[in-house]
Each structure stands twice: as structure tokens, then as C-alpha cells.
Design a protein around this ligand. Structure first.
Ligand code: SF4
Length: 965
């Protein structure tokens, strides 16, 4: 029984150098006698290089055996067991757990055991719980613990979880029994078993004997690690070397982040020995507060450019997702990356997500157009090759154009194929390949029902991408490595697991695929170890750098948020002896402070403020670890620091306001001629309205023919809805033409029925979202009923009647034409009605008495004193005045009126002459309206410039880009 003291290398010093010196001293410069166990694989290369380049070490020499902890378990297993069990993948574990629970349930049939209430024969409902149960049992194995049945969890977890926890001990026993009987194991159970075998073994393990063992740099041990180390320490004389606060040896105050070390030393009641004196160094700490990731990256880039050399420098990322943006901001490209890049962040997974979304958003009438566009825009599809050529650019571009012009739900297979004339590949070859790829990406995913079928479909898609990817896979190693992981890990685990031929719904199959991919990482190993290193936080453990950059040091990444596990929430984990968020915080803190203490120049960058707005607002705050560094600095300076007080830098950039001026078009001979052509044809009231509201919009739309891009309509199609109401009312009133009718007394039901029938026959159903369609049906019926109730007694004279009339403007004959929705005869008055599904804007009654304005519009002839704006302020809509002008016939004795019918609300009429006396009525019809219409036509013809007129109407304008410079 050995009781070696723990050896402490101060965390200011380089751990790998200290370890090497210790090993050489203990082995009399024969490092081959040593066996070193690190918590992970990275330090192995650093130690080997240090030994290799150690000039004081006589050559040749034997390298020590260097393992990471998981390798030690494997090594022991191969020595302690003649036929080691087979490690099974996660899907097999879930399948086995379901089998165990079904067996327990069968045994409990007569006693109505609690598991009977679970959907045990429904793999779909069980699967997500199976995944959680698997990781909970792995946790117990890793902690060297055997779970019991945990009763009375109701109220703390959901009922499903409470039942599983109440039977956890039995499930565990059945599960381990089945693993043993089948010769299977899991990563956690394997470590647990090896430990039991080691304890039971009466003989010493040969590979550990006669070796000087070092357990180097561990922190926050799992239960099995702690027990293994205890055996190695007491029975094989292993030296435990910690990289920690030197205060642990003196009994003085130690940094709180080393609490796991302190606990370990106290638990084992061992003494400590300080291996080296802590190095004193002047540390330069700089903190940078950015407003987003890019501002941090920019600040990092600036600092790196100022460094004399980028040697001995590490850029440390708490989130591996930062790797790609960081690589784009590094001033030099010869960097070394050490981290596991998550497969789910790869381009390949993004393509798979599009493929899954296509199926998830599919409807009976096709695939969602945006999903199809995402698919054909994906670089892997765009870059498909035939021979050496990538011929699909034009074809896919045209396909996208067609999709944008089509329906919301459609299929890409019916879009006509366009062949690029410049392509060398033949049309047949291209059609065949495109059809094959689209089938493998879309239709092949429709019918699958088992993991094995999912694997085959995925394999077909990957194969065609590999065969027709050209040099893509050589040029982009991350993509190639991701493809390799899918082909070599994901597909086999789907195809060969015990659930491979179980039937699952599409939703569960996709969840299985996503879960497996989420667990995969693409490993990057830096080599050589010089120059700038880009590392994950975990990969930086035990390493030492002079210059350290920590990016995105926010609270949600350092230490990170507790996971949300409905089976065993974080708050209950410590009660069952499992590590919880506090433990994870200790580990994150230790990794962070250890790295910082060893560096001379430290740059910590983080983001503050919100990333997104609205209900999903995510506020970033600096990590509590950064807060501590800042607090120490504030104590040192004796004041609270604001961004801008060194060493706390606020990253900001001078922002100049973007000045936008109105775009004014000076008319040319060409423009004049186009306008004259326009005026020779009948001008509609709506064209006059557009001009009145904004001459620029009129010019761009009506003269320049500028139209919005023809795209699938995703929101309510107001134009189509308005059109439908017009058609319904025209059809309904046709039966009442020329008959005096009391419309308010009519039963609204036939009108409503007609509306519903025409609505269902229209294209609106396919074009608007379903909820909008249902709302439109309900609201439309109600509004038509109210409309009918508000209709007066009248005789309908005509429906959808085209009106046209000439008007003389400065000696030229112009004409105005439009279609009146309905013309009634009420007593001796002809009333023109216009149905409005939008808002109604009545003119300002003061307009008709404004003699000054009337004089201005009478005399304006292209001069600077332009009354157009004043007129536009007083009257927004010239439709009814134009109809009144066209209807007025001085030879008839009947009078005229006009009105808007407000279908948007209660269907009430708003008559033009409602509050106007008879005398003014005549003046308006015979003088003011013709004057205004003449002015408008003159203005269109003679205005020397075309100006925008900004206002509320700009919200609905499609020419916004054309009116400012
Ligand atoms: S955005 Fe406004 S100002 Fe510009 S063209 Fe349209 S309506 Fe006129």
C-alpha cells in the first residue's frame, strides 16, 4: 500500500514541462519506464515533442507509454478478459432498454405494475424516453453507482419520468443482465465492469507492473476514474500530479476553481508536495465588450495583427460553432486546429435538414416552394458535376424562377427542364442526373418506415453526391470528413442496430437521424504544435500559451446553461449522487482560470446585449468568470470600470448616418414622348390616384412599367380577395337587375352560400395560409350579411359597367375611363357604387370651398408654384369624382351621386354628397371635378420634373428603391 503525496505543479507554470522534468528525474532519464495517464489525448503530442527536443536527454531513448483515461480502461479490459464484449451503439441500447421494460412489465401483469401505464408497445412514444434513459444509466455507470428504484418523484417530474424512475433499479438490473448474457457492453458499463474486474483480480496487472505510473492533470473525476486512480495510487504506486493553485500545498487560501482538487486531497487524506515555485509574471489582461460575434472577431484580428509573432498563441473557443467564423478572421491561414467539430454544423447536415424539412412541410398538393428552393440552392446540388463540368447553374436558376412564380405547394418534377446552351453535357445526361438527385433527395424519403430503409435512402443520396461532387471533396476537407462520418458511422449504426427493422413513423425516424448526427464530431488534430492554435475549451486542458484569446466568453457558454432533461432534472441529480450543474461549473471554471493563470497576454472577448428581438430575445451577459477578473481589476484600480476604461474596451465603430435624398427625375424628350403615348389612351381613375399620391410611383409603375417580382404569395392576397367579393356581388345582383328591391329584407343565406362556393372554387385556397382561409370564409359570410342589411331600397340599373368620357385639356382631347361596380336608380338619383375591401378616404369638405386652391389648379401651367401637394392633402381618392364626371349628363333631369360601400366593416354606404347642399352639389359636378381632372392630366403632361411624394402610402408601394438616392 503506497501513500505517495499528490504532486502540485503551480498553474502559472507549464504543466507539460514540469511533468517531463519529474518523469526524467524519477526514471533516471529513462522515460520509457513511465506510463502516463492524461485526461484527454492532446497533451500526448506536446509531451512527446518536449522529450524529443530536450537537448539534455541522451538519445536514443524510449518514449513513455501515454494514455488517455478511456484507453486505460480498454487496455485493462484486454488484459483482464479473454473475450471482451462488443460495445453497442445508442440505437441498440434504446432497443434493449425497451425489451427490458417490456419483460418487467410482463412479470408484473398480475400485480398491475406501474410500467403497465406506459406505451411500451409503441416504439415511437418510447424512443425519446429510451434515449434519456440510456444516458441516465450511462451516467450511473460512469459514476460507479448502481441506481435504485426512486419512488415518489411525482410532482417533481412528468408522470412518464416518475414511473421510469420508480423502476430504475429493476430496469438497471434487467439491462445489465441482458448486456452480460449477450456479450454486449456500452462505453459507461465497460468502464464500470473493468473496474469490478480489476478489484476482483487477485493477480497484479502485467501492463501496470514495473512501470512508474503518473496520473497527470486530472480534475473533476467521474466515479470510475476516481476508483481506478485510487487502485493505481495505492496498489501500483502511481504518482498523482495536479496542475493547480500552489496554495493547496501550503494550506493557505486557494482559488475557488480548484475546489475539486481540494476535495480530492481531503477525501483521500493525502499529503501534497509542491514540485516547482510558481512563476512570477506581469500579466496583461484586456477585456473587450462587443455587440456581436463579428465585432469580437474584428477586435481579435486587430490585436493579432499587432502581435510581433503569432507563435505561442491560442485562440480558445468555448463554442465549437465559432470555428468557421474565426478561421475567416485570422490574419494568417497556417493555423492549427484542435477540436471536435460537430457534424450537425456541417454543410452536409444542412443539406439533410433541407431534405427532412421537405418531408415535414409536405402537403397532399406538393412540397413547400421555399424548401425546394433551399434544396436546389444548396452548394452540393449546384456543384454537381458531369465529367469535369458543373453544368447545372442555368438550369437550377431557371427552375428557381419558375418556383417563385408558381404555387406555394408544388413539385420540382413538373418544372420544364432548361438546358444551358454552353454546357458540354447533353440534355439527356443532365436531365437524368438531376432527376436522380431530386428523387434521392425528395421522393425516396416519402415511404420509408424503418431505420434500415432510412440508412439505405441516406446512402443513396450520399453516393450520388460523392460520385458527382467532382473535386469538391478534395477541396473542402471538413465536408469530406463529414461525408466520411455519415458513411462510416451514421449509416452503419442505422442499418445494423437491433431496431433496424422496427417500424417507426417518419417523425421518429427523423428524430433518430438527428440524434445520431448530433452525437457525432469531426475530429481535428493540430500538427505541428507551433504557430497559432485554434482550440476548443476542453482541448486547451493542461496546455500553456503565452498569448491567449478567449472568444465569446458569455454566461451561456462559460459555464453554459444546465441541460433540460425531463427524466431527471438538474435539481435532482445531486440527490442521486450524479454530477449536476455545479460540478459542470467547477470544471468550466478550472479550465478557464488555469488557462488564464498560465498566460502572459490575455484577451477575453465577449458579447453583450440582445441577439434577437421579440419573444425569443436572447440577452448575452459576460460570463461570471469574466466578472471575477473584472472585479479584481476594479479592486486594484479602486473604481468601477465602464466600457472604455482600460482594460475594459467597448468595441464600437463610427457610424455615419446614411443621408437619403429624394430622387428627382428631370424630364427628357424621351420621357415626354412616353407620357404623351400614355395620355393618348383613356386614363383610369386609379392611374390618376397613383399620380396624385406620388408622381414618382406613377412614373415608375405606369410609364416605366416597373412591376414587383412575381413571387408566390404567402400572405393574404388582398387583390384576389377584393376581386372575389366583386364577382360574388355581381353574380348575386344580376338576378335583381332593373327590379325595385328592398335589399335589407332579403335573406342573406343565398349570398353567403354563393360566396362560400366561389371562395372554394377560387385559387385563394391554395395561395393563402389555411388559418387565413378559414378566417376569410367566416368573416366574409358575416360581412356580406351585414352588407345586405345595410342596403337601401333601390333599382339596380347596371353592374360592372364601363364608363368613358372625353375631357378637353388645353385644347387637347383626353379621355377618362373606368368600370363602375354598380349603378342604382334611387328616386330620381343615379348612384354609382364602388365596393371597397380596403380603407375609405373621403375628401376634405373644405376642398370645394377653397377658392384659392381652385384658382391655383386652374392657372397652373408647369410653374414652380405647384398646388399638387395641397390637392393631394385634401383628396386622396379621385375615383368617385371621376365616375361622377363620366356619369354626368346635363341633358338628363336626374341628379347623380356616388358612394363607397365599406365591405371591410359593416357594408355601409358612404355617399359622396352626404353633407353637401344642392347648390354646391351642382358646382362640384359641373365645375370643381372637371377642373381637378383637367389639372391632373395637365400635370402629368407638363410637370418638368417627376418627384416622389412620401407618406403613409409608401408602406404599400413596391418601388421604394427607386425614389431615394
Ligand atoms: S415609396 Fe413612396 S415616395 Fe417612393 S415611389 Fe413609392 S410612394 Fe412614392
Amino acid at each position: 500500500m503506497h501513500t505517495q503525496p499528490f504532486v502540485i505543479i503551480p498553474w502559472q507554470n507549464d504543466f507539460i514541462s514540469g511533468l517531463m522534468e519529474r518523469v526524467l528525474a524519477d526514471t533516471n532519464s529513462n522515460p520509457g519506464d513511465a506510463l502516463i495517464i492524461f485526461p484527454h489525448s492532446r497533451p500526448r503530442k506536446y509531451l512527446s515533442d518536449k522529450l524529443r527536443f530536450n537537448e539534455a536527454l541522451p538519445k536514443p531513448f524510449l518514449m513513455p507509454q501515454i494514455f488517455q483515461v478511456s484507453d486505460i480502461f480498454q487496455m485493462l479490459r484486454s488484459e483482464l478478459e479473454a473475450t471482451p464484449p462488443h460495445v453497442i451503439e445508442v440505437l441498440d441500447r434504446v432497443g434493449l432498454l425497451m425489451e427490458c421494460i417490456q419483460d418487467i412489465n410482463k412479470k408484473d401483469t398480475f400485480t398491475s405494475g406501474p410500467l403497465q401505464s406506459l406505451p411500451l408497445n409503441d416504439p415511437q412514444r418510447f424512443f425519446p424516453w429510451g434515449m434519456r434513459l440510456n444516458s441516465l444509466l450511462e451516467d450511473f455507470f460512469n459514476q460507479n453507482q448502481t441506481p435504485e428504484d426512486y419512488y415518489h418523484m411525482e410532482g417533481q417530474v412528468v408522470p412518464f419520468a416518475a414511473i421510469l424512475l420508480g423502476q430504475l433499479g429493476r430496469i438497471h438490473d434487467a439491462y445489465t443482465g441482458k448486456l452480460e448474457s449477450r456479450g454486449w457492453t456500452t462505453p459507461g458499463y465497460d468502464a464500470f465492469r473493468v473496474l469490478q474486474l480489476l478489484k476482483e483480480s487477485s493477480k497484479p496487472v502485467m501492463s501496470l507492473s514495473h512501470k512508474k505510473i503518473y496520473i497527470a492533470g486530472s480534475y473533476g473525476l467521474t466515479g470510475v476514474e476516481k476508483e481506478l486512480f485510487r487502485i493505481l495510487h495505492t496498489e501500483y504506486g502511481a504518482t498523482i500530479m495536479l496542475h493547480s493553485d500552489a496554495g493547496l500545498t501550503t494550506g493557505g487560501q486557494t482559488h475557488w476553481a480548484c475546489r475539486e482538487h481540494r476535495k480530492w486531497i481531503k477525501e483521500w487524506a493525502v499529503s501534497t508536495e509542491l514540485c516547482e515555485t510558481p512563476q512570477e509574471r506581469e500579466q496583461d489582461l484586456q477585456l473587450y465588450e462587443g455587440f456581436d460575434l463579428h465585432s469580437q472577431l474584428d477586435a481579435m484580428e486587430q490585436q493579432l495583427l499587432q502581435q510581433e509573432s503569432i507563435g505561442d498563441t491560442a485562440v480558445v473557443l468555448p463554442d465549437t460553432g465559432l470555428m468557421m467564423p474565426v478561421l475567416h478572421h485570422l490574419p494568417r491561414k497556417d493555423v492549427n486546429i484542435s477540436m471536435g467539430y460537430p457534424l450537425w454544423r456541417s454543410n452536409l447536415f444542412q443539406l439533410l435538414e433541407v431534405v427532412l424539412h421537405l418531408q415535414e412541410n409536405k402537403r397532399a398538393d406538393g412540397y413547400y416552394w421555399k424548401d425546394i428552393i433551399s434544396l436546389i440552392r444548396h452548394p452540393y446540388i449546384k456543384m454537381l458535376t458531369i465529367g469535369e463540368e458543373r453544368p447545372f447553374g442555368v438550369t437550377l436558376h431557371n427552375m428557381e424562377k419558375e418556383l417563385r412564380r408558381g404555387k406555394s405547394y408544388t413539385t420540382p418534377f413538373t418544372i420544364p427542364f432548361t438546358h444551358d446552351e454552353n454546357a458540354n453535357a447533353s440534355e439527356e445526361e443532365m436531365q437524368e442526373l438531376l432527376h436522380r438527385v431530386l428523387s434521392f433527395a425528395i421522393t425516396a424519403w416519402e415511404e420509408m418506415s424503418t431505420p434500415a430503409q432510412l440508412a439505405n435512402t441516406l446512402a443513396d443520396l450520399c453516393t450520388v453526391l460523392l460520385e458527382h461532387g467532382g473535386n469538391l471533396w478534395e477541396r473542402f476537407p471538413i465536408d469530406a470528413e463529414s461525408m466520411y462520418r455519415i458513411m462510416r458511422k451514421v449509416i452503419p449504426s442505422l442499418r445494423e442496430c437491433s431496431l433496424a427493422h422496427e417500424e417507426f413513423s417518419q417523425g421518429v425516424l427523423f428524430t433518430i437521424l438527428r440524434e445520431i448526427i448530433r452525437g457525432e464530431r469531426v475530429p481535428f488534430e493540430a500538427d505541428p504544435l507551433t504557430g497559432l492554435q485554434v482550440l476548443g475549451m476542453l482541448e486547451s486542458r493542461l496546455l500553456h500559451f503565452k498569448n491567449v484569446y478567449v472568444l465569446d466568453a458569455t454566461e451561456n457558454k462559460l459555464p453554459g446553461l444546465p441541460g433540460n432533461d425531463p427524466l431527471l432534472p438538474d435539481s435532482l441529480r445531486s440527490m442521486l449522487g450524479l454530477p449536476d450543474a455545479r460540478h459542470r461549473e467547477s470544471v468550466a471554471a478550472y479550465n478557464f482560470y488555469r488557462l488564464i493563470h498560465g498566460a502572459t497576454n490575455v484577451h477575453v472577448l465577449y458579447q453583450t446585449g440582445s441577439e434577437r428581438s421579440g419573444i425569443f430575445e436572447e440577452k448575452h451577459i459576460r460570463s461570471r468568470f469574466v466578472e471575477e477578473l473584472l472585479w479584481k481589476e476594479e479592486c486594484r484600480q479602486g473604481k468601477l470600470l465602464e466600457a472604455g476604461d482600460a482594460p475594459l474596451h467597448g468595441i464600437s465603430y463610427p457610424v455615419a448616418t446614411i443621408k437619403k435624398e429624394d430622387h428627382v427625375i428631370h424630364r427628357t424628350a424621351n420621357i415626354n414622348s412616353m407620357i404623351e403615348t400614355f395620355l393618348t389612351k383613356p386614363v383610369s381613375p386609379s392611374a390618376l390616384n397613383t399620380y396624385l399620391n406620388c408622381p414618382m410611383q406613377f412614373y415608375l409603375e405606369r410609364i416605366g412599367n416597373l412591376r414587383p417580382v412575381d413571387e408566390v404569395n404567402e400572405a393574404e392576397d388582398f387583390a384576389a380577395i377584393g376581386d372575389l367579393f366583386h364577382k360574388v356581388l355581381e353574380k348575386f345582383f344580376t338576378g335583381y337587375l332593373h327590379k325595385e328591391t328592398e335589399f335589407s329584407k332579403l335573406d342573406p343565406e343565398p349570398l353567403q352560400r354563393m360566396f362560400v362556393q366561389m371562395l372554394h372554387e377560387s385559387n385563394i385556397k391554395e395561395e393563402v395560409p389555411y388559418d387565413s382561409f378559414v378566417m376569410l370564409e367566416t368573416a366574409g359570410k358575416e360581412r356580406l350579411s351585414r352588407f345586405l342589411k345595410n342596403q337601401p331600397r333601390a333599382k339596380i340599373d347596371s353592374l360592372e359597367k364601363r364608363l368613358i368620357k372625353t375631357i378637353s385639356v388645353d385644347g387637347k382631347e383626353r379621355s377618362i375611363a373606368g368600370i363602375a361596380d354598380r349603378i342604382d336608380i334611387r328616386d330620381n338619383t343615379r348612384v354609382i357604387l364602388d365596393y371597397k375591401t380596403g380603407s375609405i378616404h373621403k375628401p376634405d369638405n373644405g376642398l370645394w370651398q377653397d377658392e384659392f386652391l381652385m384658382a391655383q389648379i386652374r392657372t397652373w401651367d408647369g410653374g414652380v408654384e405647384d398646388p399638387l401637394d395641397q390637392l393631394a392633402d385634401k383628396i386622396v381618392n379621385l375615383q368617385l369624382p371621376a365616375y361622377l364626371y363620366m356619369m354626368h349628363n346635363p341633358k338628363l333631369t336626374s341628379t347623380c351621386d356616388a358612394g363607397w360601400v365599406e365591405l371591410k366593416k359593416d357594408g355601409k354606404e358612404h355617399l359622396f354628397f352626404e353633407k353637401i347642399n344642392d347648390e354646391l352639389h351642382d358646382d362640384i359636378i359641373t365645375e370643381h371635378i372637371p377642373l381637378i381632372l383637367q389639372f391632373m392630366l395637365r400635370h402629368i403632361e407638363k410637370s418638368p420634373v417627376i418627384r416622389p411624394r412620401k407618406g403613409r402610402h409608401c408602406q404599400w408601394c413596391t418601388c421604394t428603391a427607386g425614389c431615394s438616392v
